[in-house]
Design a protein around this ligand. Structure first.
Ligand code: TYM
Length: 348
């Protein structure tokens, strides 16, 4: 199978509480890229279970959380006819390629992963082996489709560097076989991360030093995609800020993480740059800026939330999208695995 020239792959974990960071850092980019690229969007349920039940909700919640991410993809405007939408566990080749990558990636590479350190916390001995090997599965997700571009938030940068390292080592280790079997100099591409725009790292509304996350105990720290208009407005009203008005220049945001975060969110929601937002609101008090931001957030997010609710009330449709997407994803995945197994030399 020829290497595709512009294929996008990305994924989101079904761990509940999808939030504005996921939306602006990832989903909005997904929607934009489907115009110019062949896109595959995954609900990465095999990744979700690397953490304790309390994080992903356990067996009672997994299906609902999987449907929640799928509903968000659809509600935001991903077209399931044009793009592939599926959940990872339905295409078992993800786990198969991840195993092969367990044998390519080095312990030292994984030991450097900051997300593992953050997620495992102090009790590293008690973390699952899956959490440690998580980045290998992520590399498998991407390289199973030989994706060329991966839109993500800033927190995934290190994982994408590892994906390139794995691809390079595989290409190098198996170079003679890759050439002999007619795949040229490299089987896997050097995938490009797409981490762009004013909202690649949306911060908590309660603490500008912390990333907005699904697992923050404070509900006020994040705007979720299922929040109604009143809740969105309330969370923005209560967002932590400092007493000074917004600065007249972008430089003035440097030491003001909460203000910088709200300006970034405004910019991303309105499709402007942060400079343009400062041009409009520089010198204004938060008592002016926050209501404008709340109105904008409600205007942009309420339709998504409404559509999500509609999809969540119709699980049969959502499940049908995942089934169809899985069939289409599997057709590509099976072909890649056949070639990879030939390259490695497995008897088949
Ligand atoms: P996950 O589920 O944690 O997050 C999904 C996407 O949302 C982005 N994101 C953010 N962006 C901006 N600000 C934030 N506060 C914020 N929080 C999350 C993430 O960067 C991500 O793009 N490992 C991935 C899932 C994954 C994946 C993949 C991604 C598995 N396989 C293959 C790309 C390609 C993750 O945990 O995302």
């Amino acid at each position: 199978m020829a290497q595709p020239s512009n294929r996008v792959f990305s994924g989101i974990q079904p761990t509940g509480n999808l939030h504005l960071g996921n939306y602006l850092g990832a989903i909005v980019k997904f929607v934009a890229m489907q115009e110019s690229h062949e896109c595959i969007f995954c609900v990465v349920d095999l990744h979700a279970i690397t953490q304790p039940f309390a994080v992903w909700g356990g067996p009672e919640k997994l299906a609902d959380h999987t449907r929640e991410v799928t509903a968000a993809y659809l509600a935001a405007g991903i077209d399931p006819k044009k793009s592939i939408i599926f959940n990872q566990s339905q295409v078992i080749e993800h786990a198969e390629l991840a195993w092969l990558f367990n044998c390519v990636a080095r312990m030292g590479w994984l030991n450097r992963m900051t997300q593992f350190k953050e997620k495992a916390g102090k009790d590293r001995e008690n973390a699952s082996v899956g959490l440690f090997a998580y980045p290998n599965l992520m590399a498998a997700d991407i390289l199973l489709y030989r994706a060329t571009h991966v839109p993500v938030g800033d927190d995934q940068k290190q994982h994408l560097e590892l994906t390139r390292d794995i691809a390079a080592k595989f290409n190098n280790d198996f170079a003679p076989q890759i050439a002999t079997l007619g795949h040229g100099e490299a089987y896997f591409p050097m995938t490009e991360p797409v981490i762009e725009g004013p909202a690649t790292r949306v911060m908590s509304l309660r603490d500008g030093a912390k990333k907005m996350s699904k697992s923050d105990p404070s509900d006020l720290s994040r705007i979720t995609l299922t929040d109604d208009a009143d809740t969105i407005a309330k969370k923005i009203r209560k967002a932590k800020t400092d007493p000074a008005p917004l600065p007249e220049t972008l430089d003035g945001l440097a030491e003001r993480p909460e203000a910088a975060n709200l300006v970034g969110i405004y910019a991303a929601l309105s499709g402007q740059t942060r400079e343009q937002v400062i041009g409009e609101f520089g010198g204004k008090e938060f008592s002016t800026f926050k209501p404008a931001l709340a109105d904008l957030a409600v205007e942009k997010l309420a339709p998504v939330s409404g559509e999500m609710t509609r999809y969540l009330a119709d699980p049969a449709t959502v499940d049908g999208v995942l089934r169809d997407g899985s069939d289409r994803a599997r057709a590509i995945a099976v072909e890649t695995m056949r070639e990879v197994k030939d390259i490695i030399g497995f008897l088949s």
